[in-house]
Design a binder for this molecule. Sequence first.
Ligand SMILES: *[C@@H]1O[C@H](CO)[C@@H](O)[C@H](O)[C@H]1NC(C)=O
Ligand SMILES: *[C@@H]1O[C@H](CO)[C@@H](O)[C@H](O)[C@H]1NC(C)=O
Ligand SMILES: *[C@@H]1O[C@H](CO)[C@@H](O)[C@H](O)[C@H]1NC(C)=O
Ligand SMILES: *[C@@H]1O[C@H](CO)[C@@H](O)[C@H](O)[C@H]1NC(C)=O
Ligand SMILES: *[C@@H]1O[C@H](CO)[C@@H](O)[C@H](O)[C@H]1NC(C)=O
Ligand SMILES: *[C@@H]1O[C@H](CO)[C@@H](O)[C@H](O)[C@H]1NC(C)=O
Length: 522
Amino acid sequence: MAWVLRCAGLLMICCLSTEASEGGKDKRFNQSARVNGTGFAIAAESKQLLSSKALRGTKKDSEEIPDPNEEEPIPLPSIHFIAEYIDMASKQINTELAYIPARPYLNIITNSSPIQLQMAGIAAWAYDLEYFKMAYPDGWAGGWKVVAEYINTTQSLLVDGHDVVALLAKGKNCAITFSGTHGLADWSTNLNIQQASLPQCGLFGVHEGFLEAFLQFMLNDDWSDSFEPYLAENCSEGIHVTGHSQGAAVAAVFAACMNAAGTNLTLPDLWRFGKLVHAGRTVRTRVNVTDLHGLGGPGISTTQLWNYQRPDGVFPGSRFFNQDYMSFDPVPWLTYAFRYTHPRARTVKMSDRPQNFGAMTEESMFEPTIVSFVPDIMFHLPPEYLRRIVMAIRSVSVKVVQARGLPTRSARPLLGDKPSIYATIEASNRKWRTTPRTSKKKNMASPAWGETLHLEEYEPGDELEVKVWDAVWPWGVDKAVGTVKLNSKAFEPHGFDGWVSTESGIRLKVSVVISYRDMDGI
Ligand SMILES: *[C@@H]1O[C@H](CO)[C@@H](O)[C@H](O)[C@H]1NC(C)=O
Ligand SMILES: *[C@@H]1O[C@H](CO)[C@@H](O)[C@H](O)[C@H]1NC(C)=O
Ligand SMILES: *[C@@H]1O[C@H](CO)[C@@H](O)[C@H](O)[C@H]1NC(C)=O
Ligand SMILES: *[C@@H]1O[C@H](CO)[C@@H](O)[C@H](O)[C@H]1NC(C)=O
Ligand SMILES: *[C@@H]1O[C@H](CO)[C@@H](O)[C@H](O)[C@H]1NC(C)=O
Ligand SMILES: *[C@@H]1O[C@H](CO)[C@@H](O)[C@H](O)[C@H]1NC(C)=O
């Protein structure tokens, strides 16, 4: 399914090259944002619809900044293009695609994983709470448990019609996660929507759709009856906030508002389509957010969200977006041309070589400003975020400590009768580009090695194959004298240390160590 969708995406590449040749004066809004933004991959069956939509917008004077309040024509056809693409693709994505592929990554996150990875995991869990509760009755990654939840099932677009906010706790540490289920298609096709402000908690120029989602949560009884009392009484060691997609946007609005508000907050009526959804009221807000995290979140507000608990306004935590040379997650970029900013927090571009943008920089406020060639909705989903973060900050290394019970080899000219031995590590389910290997130990019946082999290409789930070789080169081809397979279950997530036997009876002492790099170093 994933593959089909991706191929559909690649089938048609539509280039409106006239858009590409303009220059801009304003540094932030120069044309590079859309240079390649007009070359878009979309599903073939939507070609007509999308091209006509795309062409409807006329070119504006290249030196003009697009006005978000302007009705028609839409100044950036490429943006509309992507919005349509997201809309269409998100309808094709079924539930399994969004959350089941995330489980292999979630299952290997532990108490010793960095907080950024735990929070990325909790962002993904918002889509998969029932499984979470069933699979981890004693708590996940060192004890995280759901202690309160808000679920609204009235709308269903991306994932099975649940709008979820969940409060998790591990001791006196708490985490609130917002899902981005409904509204992805909603807001992406309505970027010209109004902004709204809530001066009583420091929110100005926030995209109305995100503010509404926030109000809907805050005006609900679940907030007053279960979330707020728990947060006020039981979260003295920290309140982390996280979310994916629209959920990341609502999470940021929540964090900014909580840290600006006093202990009570008066909220306005929530109207939608001319109907009163919730009457306004004063709610208690005895909550300070410690840090803010987000996966694939769009820009949120024309005035950047600011952490009122800190003089520099920075939210500790990280915002991630996926982008490679060829493909990118279109959601975080989509809002750029309308000048919606991302919150004041460190931003990490997840590509082959992850790149950091400091919280105070212009880049983190707007990045990504430049797109790759092909928007890919698969890049937007939690499994791809988890995979990239795991690959970037986790390291798996193997030590083949020693071997026993090696066969003697029948003497040949120029070779002794004792083998010269080395070991290699491969994945048996996948081909790695390089094969880590130990040094050769000559003429030793029971060789021991000191090297630690780093498995750069190891991906969660890979089955390891440790092979023992008799080195005869250049007098012949090295001969495998034994192989042992280590299923990932044997060493995930805490590592392994022990003796294993090859099918030929060689005993190997092997240790697998799983460790984490410092997030700041990536
Ligand atoms: C356009 O913006 C990009 C990214 O912000 C920047 O790298 C580039 O120098 C800018 N170009 C001009 C002509 O201002
Ligand atoms: C646009 O794509 C072309 C290749 O297709 C590349 O050479 C160029 O650098 C890209 N421009 C930007 C701004 O990404
Ligand atoms: C669920 O969402 C709908 C539409 O957004 C809203 O009308 C309704 O009041 C919400 N229900 C709850 C319990 O918040
Ligand atoms: C705080 O935690 C205690 C112990 O788990 C629990 O009994 C209590 O109900 C919690 N408080 C709230 C407001 O949920
Ligand atoms: C906040 O609201 C609570 C009841 O909802 C009230 O008891 C308290 O006095 C209020 N505090 C302030 C500072 O207004
Ligand atoms: C939140 O922070 C403010 C100022 O930093 C402080 O006055 C307030 O007591 C804190 N509230 C809670 C619930 O910790």
